[in-house]
Design a protein around this ligand. Structure first.
Ligand SMILES: *[C@@H]1O[C@H](CO)[C@@H](O)[C@H](O)[C@H]1NC(C)=O
Ligand SMILES: *[C@@H]1O[C@H](CO)[C@@H](O)[C@H](O)[C@H]1NC(C)=O
Ligand SMILES: *[C@@H]1O[C@H](CO)[C@@H](O)[C@H](O)[C@H]1NC(C)=O
Ligand SMILES: *[C@@H]1O[C@H](CO)[C@@H](O)[C@H](O)[C@H]1NC(C)=O
Ligand SMILES: *[C@@H]1O[C@H](CO)[C@@H](O)[C@H](O)[C@H]1NC(C)=O
Ligand SMILES: *[C@@H]1O[C@H](CO)[C@@H](O)[C@H](O)[C@H]1NC(C)=O
Length: 557
């Protein structure tokens, strides 16, 4: 039974003056409220979806000048939310995402009023003919697509551009240390999820683009097995590795979203590799006892994993204490943790990333060209739009808004000029080499040590799970301490790649299609470690639920 009626903001001000701070403190913040709790408020009629959209839009306005997390918001979002409110009022609820505002990375094609550009002003000049399948799935589940989150342009495929930067959105920065990196390429999605600029956000990953932003932005990221979520309508890098997944404040929220977007899609044949008719109900694996009696392998790599991870290597020894604490928390959650090292079969571990990287470059270059060609071909024809990859490269090189003189475009240029093809023997051989090689480390470790899962830092997880298409779930693990060093971004010296106060994450991985187990382990770890709320952002929006609610009464949130 609900004792306290919903009241207007003016009455709230009056009442909160009268009732002082006690009632006020009961109002949850959009900084940590879960999607389930938002659903309770919506179901009880304490807030409407329209009001939520209004709050999130204000919150975006309040911080976006500094953080550049969001590129565009949907001018129809309020109206869409109002329709969903009416639907709820008429007795129909679509489920846990009904009326919940979600941002999507700018590489998800939408057919609403927002443009889609993967950060590029050139690409954004044409409208997609079709919407990304996972966006449609979210809408069907009742989510309000609030707008487009910033990213590394073309999800880093353009070349040497700063992490988190795009011509359409500017430079994303993280919310915990002034001028900190938000990592990439799903930078805006990570920041937006962390600060509650939407209830959660979708990102994509080809080689670390969900996992790294989750790591530095104090949020949960799920990088699904390739083929679990459709990539149709997503600006591609390589279909052999691209995958779509959520960034959210907690594991439960991420699981709700994964459940809504996972599944077979006739427009993405990789989804027919799913070993079930219907994917598992991920939310039913949110069990605080999920680690009881499980054997988890913890891999700490002393050796330097190379240039690509310079920022992580730079402060790695300062992460050891957080990692050791994570092992203790896993044990407290009931897991048997075995500290293992990888069987390298004579390969120096320092060479691991280079070997995988060199192989994947062989197929990524033609895959990018062919993927972009197909994506562009499917756009609505437009007079000022691009018609093909050659056009796109010319536009990026010549349009001042693309800043080609400052950052170049070597990645996309190399692809445009390649004579290699995705279907060539070289491409397939390189792909088999990279994917078999990287997956073998995970599979062998799981078998040899009879493990149920593996935890490690993001660089090793990404190195092993990218070309092999394996899942990674990343959960907040703590923070880089005061003694850590400060390292600037290569392209943008004021942007801090690593610094004291930077959030840290723990990555869970295992073999393909193990999301349900990883979600369970991550949830159980999260319940024991409770790291997210220990970190306070240096900047946060001031508009919050307390402008609508003065008290949530007897709602059990
Ligand atoms: C953050 O970056 C801005 C430039 O965008 C610079 O003016 C400022 O000094 C930087 N702050 C710190 C703490 O480095
Ligand atoms: C998926 O595979 C089927 C059967 O080979 C084929 O007919 C279809 O064109 C493929 N779809 C896509 C989107 O590639
Ligand atoms: C939660 O996990 C524990 C330990 O694995 C199991 O015994 C229990 O049945 C699970 N609970 C639910 C609701 O699945
Ligand atoms: C490891 O890397 C070094 C330096 O790049 C190289 O000289 C060596 O041949 C590599 N070893 C293997 C087994 O790939
Ligand atoms: C790309 O499109 C332009 C028209 O925008 C056309 O002139 C050009 O020939 C096309 N190039 C290729 C390689 O198809
Ligand atoms: C592709 O082939 C053409 C014609 O043989 C050649 O001129 C060009 O240099 C080749 N491009 C690359 C990147 O190898």
């Amino acid at each position: 039974m609900l004792l306290l009626p919903r009241i207007s903001a003016a009455a709230c001000l009056l009442l909160s003056l009268l009732q002082c701070c006690i009632a006020h403190s009961e109002v949850p913040s959009l900084l940590d409220i879960s999607i389930h709790e938002l659903g309770e408020l919506l179901n009880a009629g304490r807030v409407s979806s329209r009001e939520l959209v209004d709050l999130y839009l204000k919150r975006i306005d309040e911080v976006n000048d500094v953080l550049h997390a969001v590129i565009e918001t949907n001018p129809d979002a309020l109206q869409i939310a109002a329709q969903l409110d009416e639907e709820r009022a008429s007795g129909h609820s679509r489920g846990p995402l009904h009326g919940i505002p979600i941002l999507v990375k700018d590489n998800y094609a939408t057919t609403d009023q927002t443009s889609t550009g993967a950060g590029s002003v050139c690409l954004a000049r044409s409208r997609p003919r079709h919407e990304a399948t996972v966006v449609t799935r979210l809408r069907r589940a009742g989510a309000v697509i609030l707008g487009k989150a910033n990213l590394n342009e073309f999800s880093s495929a353009r070349g040497e551009t700063p992490n988190g930067w795009s011509p359409r959105g500017g430079q994303t920065t993280g919310a915990y240390v002034r001028n900190q990196t938000a990592c990439g390429s799903s930078s805006g999605s990570g920041v937006a999820a962390s600060l509650g600029l939407a209830a959660a956000a979708l990102g994509t990953e080809t080689g670390g683009s969900i996992t790294c932003p989750a790591f530095v932005n104090n949020v949960v990221g799920i990088k699904p097995t390739v083929g679990l979520t459709s990539r149709f309508g997503i600006v591609p890098i390589t279909l052999r590795q691209d995958t779509a997944g959520p960034l959210a404040q907690n594991v439960a929220d991420a699981a709700v979203i994964l459940e809504a977007i996972a599944g077979w899609d006739p427009n993405d044949n990789y989804t027919s590799a799913q070993p079930w008719q219907v994917p598992p109900e991920y939310t039913s694996f949110l069990n605080a006892s999920a680690l009881h009696g499980k054997r988890i392998g913890a891999i700490w790599i002393e050796e330097n994993l190379g240039e690509a991870w310079a920022s992580l290597e730079f402060n790695k020894r300062f992460m050891k204490s957080a990692f050791d604490e994570a092992i203790a928390d896993l044990r407290a959650a009931g897991a048997e943790v075995v500290e293992i090292s990888l069987e390298m079969h004579g390969i120096p571990i320092e060479n691991l990333t280079t070997i995988i990287h060199d192989s994947s470059a062989v197929y990524v270059v033609p895959d990018l060209k062919e993927g972009l060609e197909a994506y562009i071909r499917d756009l609505e024809p437009s007079d000022n739009g691009v018609r093909n990859v050659t056009d796109l490269v010319d536009c990026i090189r010549n349009d001042p808004a693309e800043d080609a003189s400052e950052f170049g475009l070597s990645g996309i240029e190399e692809s445009a000029h390649t004579n290699s093809t995705s279907g060539s023997v070289e491409s397939w051989e390189a792909y088999q080499r990279a994917s078999t090689f990287s997956r073998s480390f995970i599979v062998e470790a799981l078998e040899k040590h009879q493990l149920d899962g593996i935890v490690t830092l993001m660089h090793l997880a990404i190195g092993l799970a990218s070309s092999s298409g394996l899942p990674i779930v990343t959960v907040p693990m703590g923070v880089l301490g005061e003694d850590a060093g400060t390292m600037p971004d290569d392209q943008r010296p004021w942007l801090l790649k690593s610094c004291p106060g930077l959030p840290l994450g723990l990555s869970f991985t295992a073999d393909r299609w193990s999301e349900q187990d990883l979600i369970g382990y991550a949830y159980a770890y999260e319940q024991v470690s409770k790291k997210r709320n220990k970190l306070k952002p240096y900047i946060k929006p001031k508009t919050d639920l307390d402008s609508i609610l003065y008290n949530v009464g007897d709602l059990e949130l």
